[in-house]
Design a protein around this ligand. Structure first.
Ligand SMILES: [Zn+2]
Ligand SMILES: [Zn+2]
Ligand SMILES: [Zn+2]
Length: 179
């Protein structure tokens, strides 16, 4: 869906005179008194109709989403960036495949720190907008195949961390063997 005014892709649409507008253009053109100005992108937005927790300070919904992502990537190793895309791993791999991320497809990531992460429940948090790329650089790459197994128990799934080059350990054995 494209905004009738700015011609950009719409994330939050508002209807007016049977045309679709992005929330920023809608507020600017039709409802400026009720608009708030985003501290990051300077666009107008409507804080009503969303939970207050959706927003970080006086940032619009989209900027808030990415500011939260920056925070998540910093503190949660299950949230990371590969090829300009945000991914979140849900460690739970049970239940029907169709209810998991990427329909339960196995995705293999090589982290910048050489950890291999194999997941059948990876969620795509969408492409990072150009303006947030400096704060959300790639921390992983998506690889097609990677043969690695825990040197102790031979486990080949989940998170495998190297202690020496090419010597991988599952999470349990990594904790036991790290110095
Ligand atoms: Zn617009
Ligand atoms: Zn914004
Ligand atoms: Zn192991």
């Amino acid at each position: 869906m494209i905004c009738a005014n700015c011609k950009e892709r719409i994330y939050h649409a508002r209807n007016k005179n049977s045309k679709q507008y992005c929330i920023h253009c809608y507020m600017k053109l039709f409802d400026p008194e009720n608009a708030k100005k985003c501290t990051t992108c300077n666009k107008l937005f409507d804080p009503k109709g969303f939970y207050a927790r959706s927003f970080v300070g006086d940032n619009c919904f989209m900027c808030s989403y990415w500011l939260k992502a920056i925070d998540e990537v910093a503190k949660d190793e299950n949230t990371f960036v590969a090829s300009g895309r945000l991914y979140t791993i849900n460690p739970y791999e049970g239940g029907p495949a169709r209810l998991r991320g990427f329909a339960g497809r196995l995705l293999i990531f090589m982290m910048n720190n050489s950890t291999i992460l194999k997941s059948k429940n990876a969620w795509n948090g969408s492409v990072i907008p150009e303006r947030f790329r400096p704060q959300l650089p790639d921390t992983a790459v998506l690889v097609k195949t990677y043969d690695a197994s825990c040197i102790v128990c031979n486990k080949t799934s989940g998170r495998l961390r190297p202690l020496l080059p090419g010597h991988y350990y599952c999470e349990e054995h990594y904790e036991e063997h790290k110095i």
